[in-house]
Design a protein around this ligand. Structure first.
Ligand code: NAG
Ligand code: NAG
Ligand code: NAG
Ligand code: NAG
Ligand code: NAG
Ligand code: NAG
Ligand code: NAG
Ligand code: NAG
Ligand code: NAG
Ligand code: NAG
Ligand code: NAG
Ligand code: NAG
Length: 598
């Protein structure tokens, strides 16, 4: 019986591949009037879909599902795919439409022929999700309900989907570069928990991909590893980031040697135990993310078995020590993050070939010219993060290696860098002109750095910059007018930086700016009127400053503003009447100033 089921599953999986290609071909539009009169779609399935459509609110959506019209072939509707011979609806993919509904309409569960259901990035949470009839989807192989606004226990009916190959119930954090106050993505966050992980996975024995990032598994005990090993032997992707898992990482997991992706980052408040050495033996491992897992002890100095390791992230495991991982051949490595660890290097350690390395993050133990030079010039490097200090608890000698000058020269060879992050670094010895080496930089993040002089004019040469993020960096002197040259800037975040003097009027040249966040950063004088030229601004949040005088009348020109905070400064006089033109505002806070008027 079991083997017949398995053969059927394989057959169906292949049919499914065929289907997706034929659907992709048919789904991309065309004028409905040119279609044959006989529809593929079954009327009852069209009816169920229309019922579903009725349950959605389209207030923030990126679609109105206008192709979903009674009397037309539902197999051609947006996001719908059908089996070409039977006409049954097999795919419903409404991923990332920002639709919202209060729970899932029961009509959905009459589409029992579905293979693939993706409602991710829509707000569909509601009380009825617990009793939802997922068990009716007996053919379902792919279910994606990530970022869908779900809350409560994982619906038990999902654990009955024995044919599932891929399950995604994660909450993915939205990257800040999308905008600090972008669409209200929090509405889409799942807030799910599961206290009986063992029961949950017991019948999901065909799973190849399991993504439960941010699902609260804190009450599932330590058996999550043994349960997975016992019930889900063919697992290839295991993603349980930020699940409040309890450690240690059980050695039963060594049975899951087909794993290709392992992401357990942000777990194990209590120790995860020693580095799970058996992961090094998985032949197909490509991604290993174990940052912030409280690993302790030493990393074994033998190489990984896998020839295809792309991502190795061991960052923020303060008690993990030993030498930098030993790569016999690192030619496939793209990401190496070792910041916040206690690794040391032994020259000549990186004798391997790092030609593919795109992202490198190191902590101060490793930031030395000797070590970096051993990497050679990294032709593919796009992102570099240097954490010049460790947690103070670890009592690292702060005097050695703090001179960034020669290190900047090494960095400066990497003209393809698009992201540079500097954390706790001392810039005293760095010639400001070195900044102009990074013409391709899109993201610059400076946090907790000692900057005992004015911001250099050379900042204006980073003309491709999209995101500027500076926090706890004590500049002396004013912000240079050269900042106005950053005409591609989308997001500016400046917090706890000691600028003196007024904001430069040239700031009005940053006409692509979407989000401006300036907090506790010391500006004084009046606010420059050209700020009214930032007409693409969606959020302006300036608080904790000495800026005085009137709020410029020109602020009323910023008609895309959805968020305006000018709190805790020294503004006085009357609130400009032009503010009534900011019709998109959802947030207005002018408190703790000396303003009057209405
Ligand atoms: C589609 O059909 C409608 C109604 O017959 C017609 O008005 C329209 O021009 C057609 N569009 C195209 C692109 O052929
Ligand atoms: C679709 O149209 C048919 C015929 O016009 C009608 O009987 C049916 O009620 C409609 N269905 C929906 C869901 O509107
Ligand atoms: C699920 O959807 C999200 C967002 O649309 C996407 O990022 C993720 O990769 C999908 N998961 C799987 C397993 O395909
Ligand atoms: C798993 O499947 C078996 C056999 O169909 C069934 O008896 C059991 O209740 C199922 N377990 C869960 C948690 O659904
Ligand atoms: C590793 O991948 C290869 C090629 O896809 C496959 O044949 C092999 O079975 C995989 N090994 C494991 C242990 O999954
Ligand atoms: C790296 O691994 C190889 C092979 O196991 C071993 O010969 C070599 O000594 C190791 N290097 C270091 C620095 O541990
Ligand atoms: C590191 O180990 C020490 C001593 O065992 C322990 O006190 C400390 O809490 C550990 N730190 C972390 C971040 O795990
Ligand atoms: C490293 O691995 C790549 C591909 O796996 C191979 O092409 C290359 O020859 C290897 N280099 C060395 C020095 O073994
Ligand atoms: C930048 O990237 C190109 C294309 O990948 C490469 O050929 C070139 O050597 C790189 N430049 C540097 C300075 O690394
Ligand atoms: C930064 O470096 C300068 C000179 O290189 C040194 O005088 C200063 O003490 C350093 N500051 C810190 C916090 O290490
Ligand atoms: C602001 O824009 C106006 C007209 O668009 C222009 O005349 C003025 O020079 C601009 N101000 C600055 C400082 O860019
Ligand atoms: C609002 O905008 C309109 C059109 O640009 C303009 O005529 C009007 O004067 C503005 N109102 C205020 C109070 O600035």
């Amino acid at each position: 019986m079991a083997s017949i089921g398995w053969v059927l599953l394989l057959f169906l999986a292949q049919l499914h591949t065929l289907l997706s290609t034929s659907i992709a071909h048919r789904a991309d539009g065309g004028n409905l009037t040119h279609l044959p009169v006989s529809f593929l779609c079954h009327p009852n399935q069209a009816k169920a879909l229309l019922q579903l459509k009725k349950s959605f609110s389209f207030s923030r959506s990126t679609t109105r599902l206008s192709s979903w019209r009674n009397g037309t072939d539902c197999c051609l509707w947006e996001g719908v795919g059908c089996d070409p011979s039977s006409g049954h609806v097999t795919i419903l993919d409404l991923n990332n439409r920002c639709l919202s509904s209060h729970g899932l309409d029961p009509a959905l569960f009459s589409l029992i022929s579905l293979w693939r259901l993706d409602l991710s990035m829509n707000d569909i949470g509601g009380d009825n999700i617990q009793s939802a009839g997922f068990e009716r989807f007996t053919f379902l192989t792919h279910l994606n309900l990530s970022n869908s606004g779900l809350y409560g226990q994982i619906p038990p009916s999902i654990s009955k989907l024995v044919n599932l190959l891929s399950l995604d119930l994660s909450t993915y954090n939205i990257d800040y570069s999308l905008g600090f106050y972008g669409p209200n993505y929090y509405d889409y966050y799942n807030n799910l928990w599961e206290s009986s992980f063992d029961t949950f996975v017991a019948n999901l024995s065909n799973l190849r991909e399991l993504y439960l990032d941010s699902v609260d598994l804190s009450n599932s005990g330590e058996e999550w590893g043994t349960s997975l090993a016992a019930y889900v032997p063919q697992l290839q992707v295991l993603s349980l980031a930020d699940c409040s898992l309890s450690g240690p990482i059980h050695k039963a997991l060594s049975r899951l040697h087909s794993l290709v992706v392992i992401n357990l980052q942000g777990n194990f408040d209590a120790a995860a135990g020693p580095f799970p050495e058996f992961f090094m033996d998985f032949p197909n491992l490509t991604v290993l993310q174990l940052s912030e897992t409280n690993l302790e002890g030493r990393l074994p100095s033998r190489p990984f078995q896998s020839k295809n390791l792309r991502v190795l992230d061991l960052s923020y495991n303060m008690n993990l020590s030993g030498h930098v991982p030993n790569f016999s051949n690192a030619s496939s490595l793209e990401t190496l993050r070792l910041d916040g660890t206690n690794f040391v290097y032994a020259i000549p350690t990186p004798s391997s070939n790092f030609a593919s390395l795109k992202e490198l993050a190191l902590n101060r133990n490793l930031i030395s010219v000797d070590f970096l030079s051993a990497f050679g010039r990294l032709k593919s490097l796009h992102q570099l993060d240097l954490h010049c200090f460790l947690d103070n608890e670890l009592d690292i000698d702060l005097d050695s290696g703090s001179d960034l000058g020669p290190i900047f020269s090494w960095i400066g060879q990497h003209k393809n860098l698009t992201s540079l992050g500097l954390f706790g670094c001392n810039f005293s010895g760095v010639p400001p002109i070195l900044l102009s080496n990074f013409m391709n930089l899109k993201n610059l993040e400076i946090d907790n750095c000692d900057l005992p002089r004015p911001m250099p004019d050379a900042i204006g040469e980073l003309t491709n910059l999209r995101n500027l993020y500076i926090e706890f960096a004590w500049f002396s002197g004013p912000m240079p007018a050269a900042i106005g040259e950053l005409t591609n800037l989308r997001n500016m975040y400046i917090a706890h930086c000691g600028f003196s003097g007024p904001m430069p009027p040239a700031i009005g040249k940053l006409t692509n700016l979407r989000n401006m966040y300036i907090v506790d950063s010391g500006f004084s004088g009046s606010m420059p009127a050209p700020i009214g030229n930032l007409t693409n601004l969606e959020a302006m949040d300036i608080h904790g400053c000495q800026i005085s005088g009137l709020i410029p009348y020109a602020i009323g020109q910023l008609n895309k503003l959805r968020w305006l905070v000018l709190r805790g400064c020294n503004f006085s006089g009357s609130i400009p009447s032009s503010i009534v033109n900011l019709t998109q505002l959802t947030m207005l806070d002018l408190s703790s100033n000396s303003l009057n008027g209405t």
